[in-house]
Design a binder for this molecule. Structure first.
Ligand SMILES: [Zn+2]
Length: 525
C-alpha cells in the first residue's frame, strides 16, 4: 500500500504520515509519532488489535474492558490539516484538532500546533494545550483532504444483540463506521434494560451507547414483532409508570428519552402508552414512529403527531404515506405543520422500508427538512439499503441539502434533540474527544432507498473517529456499497455545494420514483 510521508509541520513538534488515496481505505490507518519512531497501526474494533494514542498495540485477547471507559487514554492526539466543519459554531476551515487525555484541548489553524499559547479558535486552549504541553510523542493523524466534524451521533439504532433478533453490535453502527455515539431507539423495555446496559458497558463495545427506553415493562424489538403478536405492547398491564420512572432515574446517564409505540386500547384516539409516558417524561424527549405495527392497533399518524410535545421526535418521518403530505405532495397536512411549528422534530430513521426519496424530496421542498438524520440500523438493513450513517447522510446531501446542514443533522441537532448539547455535538475545548473524520468522494454514485435509485456525484465515507480520545479506523467496506466508478478525494477546503438545486435533484428523484405502495409493516423498531 502506498504511503507518503509528509514534511514536518512548521512547528517542528509534530510529524505526520499522510494518507495516500489508496491508503485511507486500507486495513489500518497509519499514524506516526514524531521523532522518527515506527508507524503504529490504529486498528478498528473489528481488527486484530487497537492502539491507544501514546500506548502500545494490544492483541484482541487482551481486551478485558473498554479502555475509553476504564481509564481514558494517555497521550496527545492531533487530527491535523483537515477541513474542520463545526456547525454549532459556524466554523468551516482547515485546522488541527488537538486532543489529550480523552478531551479536546484546542482547535487551531493548521501549522500553529507549536504555538498553542495563543487563543484557540473555538476558545482558549486549556492548560494541556499550552505551548510546550503538546508532547513530542504526540500521535498525529494526517487529515489532509478529509473532513473533521464533531463526533457523529446516530439517533436511531438497535444495538443490544441477544435481546431479540433485531440488533447489530454497537460498533457496527458506531466506531466501525466512524460514529462514536449511537442511541438505541427502544429495543428494550424497562425490565430488561439493566441487561442491555451491562452489555454495552462490556468489554466488546467501544462505541458510546445512549438509550431511548420503551416505557413498557417488557418490550423487545424483534423481526417477528413478538411484543405485538402476543399483544403485550398494547396491554395496559405492561405499563408501570412508577417502575419506568425509577429505571430512568437509575440510568439518567444513559437514558436520554423514550421510544413509545403509541398503541391504543379502547379509545382509538388516545394511547395510554404515549399519554402515560408524557406524564413522567419531564424534559426528556419522546420518539414515536410513523407507520403501522402489525397485530396491535395504534394511533393514526396525525393523531400521534398532534399528541407530541415540543422537542418530541417523529422518526420514519420521510417514509411516504406518513400522514404528513396531502395533494400529491404539494402541501402538508395542517396538523403536521402545526406540530412542527410547535417544535416537534423530524428524524429520518431510514430502516429497510421507512425512507423514500420522493417523500423526503417533497417535504424538503416544502420547507420540512430533517432535524436529525438517523439510520434505524438493525440486522436486516446493514447490507442495504441503509449500510451506515454516512451513507444515509450522503442521501440527504444528494437531495440538495447543504453539506454543513447535513453535518448539523448528525451532530449539533442530534445533541440538542437528546438534551446533550452541553456535552456532545460540537467541538469545544474541555469536552470529551468525540470527533469524526470523513472523506468526501467525487464520482458517479447511486443511492437506493430500498425502492428507488438516485445518482449523485458526491458521497461521504468514514475514515475513522476518536471516541473518548481513542482513534478507531473505520471499516470502510461496511459503510456503503462499492462505488460504481473511479473516485477522487475532494480537495481540502473546497466549498462543498450540491451541484444541483433541491428542485433539480427532486426532479431526478421523481423521474425514477415508482408509485408509493400502501404502508407495509416496518419492523418493530
Ligand atoms: Zn427502529
Amino acid at each position: 500500500m502506498a504511503r507518503t510521508d509528509s514534511s514536518p509541520e512548521p512547528s517542528g513538534l509534530v510529524r505526520t504520515v499522510r494518507f495516500a488515496d489508496d491508503d485511507v481505505g486500507s486495513d489500518a490507518a497509519r499514524v506516526r509519532r514524531p521523532g522518527g519512531r515506527s508507524a503504529v497501526a490504529i486498528m478498528s474494533s473489528g481488527e486484530a488489535g487497537r492502539t491507544a494514542p501514546g500506548g502500545s498495540a494490544q492483541p484482541s485477547s487482551a481486551r478485558t474492558a473498554d479502555p475509553a471507559r476504564r481509564a481514558g487514554p494517555a497521550g496527545t492526539t492531533v487530527l491535523a490539516g483537515g477541513r474542520v466543519i463545526n456547525p454549532a459554531r459556524g466554523f468551516d476551515q482547515v485546522a488541527d484538532v488537538i486532543c489529550a487525555d480523552g478531551r479536546i484541548r484546542a482547535v487551531l489553524p493548521t501549522g500553529q500546533a507549536g504555538i498553542l499559547g495563543q487563543a484557540g479558535i473555538l476558545g482558549q486552549a486549556d492548560a494541556a494545550g499550552q505551548a510546550g504541553h503538546v508532547p513530542p510523542d504526540a500521535t498525529v493523524i494526517d487529515c489532509t483532504g478529509a473532513i473533521v466534524t464533531p463526533g457523529l451521533i446516530d439517533l436511531h439504532t438497535h444495538v443490544y444483540p441477544g435481546l431479540g433478533d433485531f440488533c447489530v453490535h454497537p460498533d457496527r453502527a458506531g466506531v466501525d463506521v466512524g460514529v462514536p455515539v449511537v442511541v438505541d431507539a427502544g429495543t428494550s423495555g424497562v425490565r430488561t434494560f439493566g441487561l442491555a446496559r451491562a452489555f454495552v458497558e462490556g468489554p466488546s463495545v467501544r462505541t458510546r451507547v445512549l438509550a431511548l427506553l420503551d416505557p413498557c415493562l417488557l418490550y423487545l424489538a424483534t423481526k417477528d414483532f413478538i411484543a405485538h403478536r402476543l399483544e403485550i405492547a398494547n396491554d395496559p398491564r405492561n405499563l408501570d409508570l412508577e417502575a419506568t420512572a425509577a429505571t430512568v432515574e437509575a440510568h439518567r446517564d444513559m437514558i436520554v428519552g423514550f421510544k413509545v409505540r403509541a398503541t391504543v386500547t379502547d379509545d382509538p384516539r388516545s394511547s395510554p402508552f404515549l399519554e402515560g409516558t408524557k406524564s413522567i417524561a419531564g424534559d426528556l424527549p419522546i420518539m414515536i414512529h410513523l407507520g403501522r405495527y402489525p397485530y396491535t392497533a395504534s394511533l393514526g399518524n396525525l393523531d400521534a403527531i398532534s399528541a407530541l410535545r415540543p422537542g418530541d421526535i417523529v422518526t420514519h418521518a420521510f417514509r411516504g404515506h406518513s400522514g404528513a403530505l396531502v395533494d400529491d405532495d404539494r402541501a402538508v397536512e395542517a396538523r403536521f405543520a402545526a406540530a412542527v411549528e410547535a417544535g416537534v422534530r423530524l428524524d429520518v430513521g431510514h430502516s429497510g422500508a421507512d425512507f423514500r426519496f420522493a417523500a423526503a424530496r417533497a417535504l424538503i421542498d416544502l420547507g420540512y427538512p430533517p432535524f436529525t438524520i438517523s439510520t434505524d440500523l438493525n440486522l436486516f438493513n446493514t447490507e442495504g439499503p441503509v449500510w451506515s450513517l454516512t451513507e444515509t447522510m450522503s442521501k440527504i446531501w444528494a437531495l440538495g441539502v447543504e453539506l454543513t446542514d447535513v453535518i448539523a443533522m448528525v451532530t449539533s441537532h442530534t445533541a440538542t434533540a437528546i438534551g446533550r448539547a452541553d456535552s456532545l455535538g460540537t467541538l469545544e475545548v474541555g469536552r470529551d474527544a468525540e470527533v469524526s473524520v470523513l472523506r468526501s468522494e467525487t464520482g458517479d454514485f447511486s443511492f437506493t432507498d430500498g425502492f428507488d435509485t438516485i445518482r449523485h456525484p458526491r458521497r461521504l465515507v468514514p475514515v475513522g473517529c476518536l471516541r473518548a480520545g481513542i482513534w478507531y479506523k473505520a471499516r470502510e467496506h461496511l459503510a456503503g456499497p462499492t462505488p460504481a466508478g473511479p473516485t477522487q478525494t475532494a480537495a481540502v477546503g473546497a466549498v462543498h455545494r450540491p451541484p444541483r438545486s433541491v428542485r433539480q435533484a427532486s426532479a431526478a428523484a421523481s423521474a425514477v420514483a415508482a408509485p408509493v405502495a400502501p404502508g407495509r409493516p416496518t419492523g418493530s423498531g
